[in-house]
Design a protein around this ligand. Structure first.
Ligand code: COA
Length: 329
């Protein structure tokens, strides 16, 4: 009996805008201070896209680096999934623009919006095409320019987010590596906890919606906090069980980087030592769909994450969406 191929990450790339916005910079913009932001979130600085940069620009740069590291040519790609909540425009899909820029002429491409869980969802969706042998090489990108939908006069949200992109090339696993299991969930009853109220078909953009700032992110941070911890812990346990592993088998946790207190509450409940958690939010902030691939890439770059290790990816976001995936590097 032939075993279906597992999907492995064979190359990873990132792109961060050059402009750094520090907590001290934010002190000049809203009623806040470095101490509050650091204590309540763990964030010290974040990157902000230049005026002429948009999500596709960041996605393209991350994708080129991932392809180079994977030694895969753009024409070899069968599929491009761009996870984003901040596409350049509603129409056309941003993934098609990336496909064209890369010259990935044999790939089909689509956007996937699962908010901050977008990269995880993309990884899981993309891996199915490899499992079924219908595709060989797949590019999964998480890219965001959240700075464009953040209200820079709202201290409750503007201190949290940053811009960036991370991309992974998936290919058939050659050995024991690859995506071992996943557990993904959604719950739309939480729609009001994190949303951009206007600009879609429910409430199209108008002078009034813009005047009322309804095209910006609105968030009930406290409620999300509690749900996020529970969702990540339970999905992590489910994903580990599906892989036939236990919490003790985890070498590294690469969590969505939203808030350091959320991450520590989650890892405490999972009984994973803090030294096994990749943290990048101090210098990235919450980059939504880009946060997990950015952290994964940085963990590998630092030499912390190594071949054969068991990595738990876990995240949550607007929707609500959440999930965990177990990866052997
Ligand atoms: C947003 C978040 C950092 C707020 O932290 P918190 O400890 O829950 O703080 P609270 O919301 O209870 O606010 C405490 C006080 O700080 C104030 N505050 C909020 N933002 C502030 C800021 N940037 N600077 C200074 N004070 C601030 C609030 O107005 C409030 O003041 P009040 O008590 O006078 O009303 C936290 O709830 C969080 O990270 N939640 C999850 C959000 C998230 O992850 N979203 C993305 C999902 S992918």
């Amino acid at each position: 009996m032939s075993v279906l191929p597992r999907a492995a990450i064979i190359g990873i790339g990132i792109c961060l805008p050059t402009r750094i916005l520090s907590n001290q910079n934010l002190e000049q913009m809203v009623e806040t201070n470095d101490e509050w932001i650091t204590e309540r979130t763990g964030i010290k600085e974040r990157r902000i896209a230049a005026a002429e940069e948009a999500t596709v620009d960041l996605a393209e740069r991350a994708a080129r680096q991932a392809l180079k590291r994977a030694r895969v040519r753009a024409e070899e790609l069968d599929l491009i999934i761009l996870a984003t909540a901040t596409p350049d425009r509603f129409v056309p899909p941003a993934a098609c623009l990336v496909q064209h820029r890369l010259g990935a002429k044999n790939a089909f491409a689509f956007d996937l919006n699962a908010a901050c869980s977008g990269f995880l969802y993309g990884l899981v969706v993309g891996s199915q095409f490899i499992n079924s042998r219908s595709s060989r090489y797949i590019l999964v990108i998480g890219a965001e320019t959240l700075s464009r939908i953040v209200d820079w006069s709202d201290r409750n949200t503007c201190v949290l987010f940053g811009d960036g992109a991370g991309a992974a090339v998936l290919g058939p696993a050659k050995d024991k590596e690859g995506l071992l299991s996943f557990y993904m969930r959604s719950d739309g009853s939480g729609e009001d906890l994190l949303q951009v109220p206007a600009g879609g078909s429910r409430l199209p953009a108008s002078h009034q919606t813009v005047a009322e700032g309804l095209h910006f992110i609105k968030m009930k941070g406290n409620e999300i906090f509690k749900l996020a911890v529970r969702a990540m812990v339970s999905s992590a346990d489910q994903a580990l069980a599906k892989a036939g592993l236990t919490r003790a088998d985890i070498d590294w946790v690469v969590p969505h980087q939203a808030n350091l207190r959320i991450i520590w509450a989650m890892t405490q409940r999972l009984e994973v030592d803090r030294s096994k958690v990749v943290i990048t939010l101090d210098h990235h902030g919450n980059t939504s769909a880009a946060s997990i691939p950015l952290a994964l890439a940085e963990g590998i770059e630092r030499g912390d994450l190594k071949k054969d290790q068991i990595i738990l990816l876990t995240g949550f976001g607007a929707g609500l969406t959440w999930g965990s995936a177990v990866l052997r590097l």
